[in-house]
Design a protein around this ligand. Structure first.
Ligand code: ADP
Ligand code: FBP
Length: 252
């Protein structure tokens, strides 16, 4: 998806300003002039290698030949011991079969000025940034710095959040895997609780401000009595309701 305006605007209006990503009739860059770079920042998320693979394959379909990976997040722009990784269909062909990120990830790293200096030096004019909030704040700052220097650079942000909590996105990558894996934990806790006398299983899942993983994993497992999500203030409401619901159902 491509957001046209970042301002805080009502959801209905914002929705009409979002365009579905996909092929366009006209492209801005001549593929032979492109040097594309991919960087993965922040923590890991299932699916990073799938995304890297598809970016490389799609760029090649467009005729782009000069594609590189920046190792270990933004850090790879400044650390002389981390050379860029040449990428091609041959290199990425099977990477989606392994976890992690082919390029490695990291937090911290150089300043925006140093990153853009390095991009200029390397001749990068298309940057794909895979990461979360911090990474995108960085991508926005990189874009602003490129504009300031009148560099013709496209900075593309690919949101990486396992929590699936981004407005207007159909689904963020990694979410399905998280739901699937969460069910294993739920099933194990269920077996343990079910086998114990008056047993109760408690499973804490990811998503400190977003309950999509907890909710979908609970529904899919079919074994959860109560699912607490951060969107609902269950404790502030009435604690006794939570426990009475549990006790009523099981008649303990
Ligand atoms: N406000 C910011 N401006 C520029 N770069 C930032 C900013 N916040 C974070 N970054 C950079 O983005 C990278 C990843 O950020 P981090 O917050 O660790 O992970 P995430 O992207 O998952 O939120 C770090 O290398 C950090 O230097
Ligand atoms: O390890 P911590 O600090 O508890 O953070 C875990 C949380 O970070 C996340 O991965 C991302 O959360 P945010 O988007 O709020 O940063 C959540 O899914 C998870 O609950």
């Amino acid at each position: 998806m491509v957001m046209q305006k970042p301002e805080k605007i009502p959801i209905q209006i914002a929705a009409s300003m979002v365009q579905r990503a996909g092929p366009r009739e006209n492209i801005y860059f001549r593929p032979e002039d492109v040097k594309a770079a991919i960087v993965t920042c922040g923590g890991l998320c299932p699916g990073l290698n799938d995304v890297i693979r598809l970016i490389v394959i799609t760029l090649e379909i467009y005729g782009v030949k000069n594609i590189v990976g920046i190792p270990f997040g933004y850090r790879g722009f400044s650390d002389k011991n981390l050379p860029e990784i040449p990428l091609s269909r041959k290199v990425v062909q099977n990477i989606h079969l392994s976890g992690g990120s082919l390029l490695g990830v990291s937090r911290g790293g150089p300043t925006v000025t140093e990153i853009v200096d390095s991009m200029e030096e390397r001749g990068i004019n298309m940057l794909f940034v895979l990461g979360g909030n911090g990474t995108h704040a960085g991508a926005n700052a990189i874009h602003n710095e490129c504009v300031k220097r009148r560099m013709k650079v496209a900075v593309v942000g690919v949101p990486k959040t396992i929590d699936n909590d981004i407005l207007h996105m159909d689904k963020t990558f990694g979410f399905d895997t998280a739901v699937e894996e969460a069910q294993r934990a739920i099933n194990s806790a269920y077996i343990e609780a079910h086998s114990a006398y008056h047993g109760i299983g408690v499973v804490k899942l990811m998503g400190r401000s977003s309950g999509f993983i907890a909710m979908q994993a609970s529904l899919a497992s079919g074994q959860v009595d109560i699912c607490l999500i951060p969107e609902t203030e269950y404790y502030n409401d009435d604690p006794s309701r939570l426990f009475s619901a549990r006790f009523l159902r099981w008649e303990l």
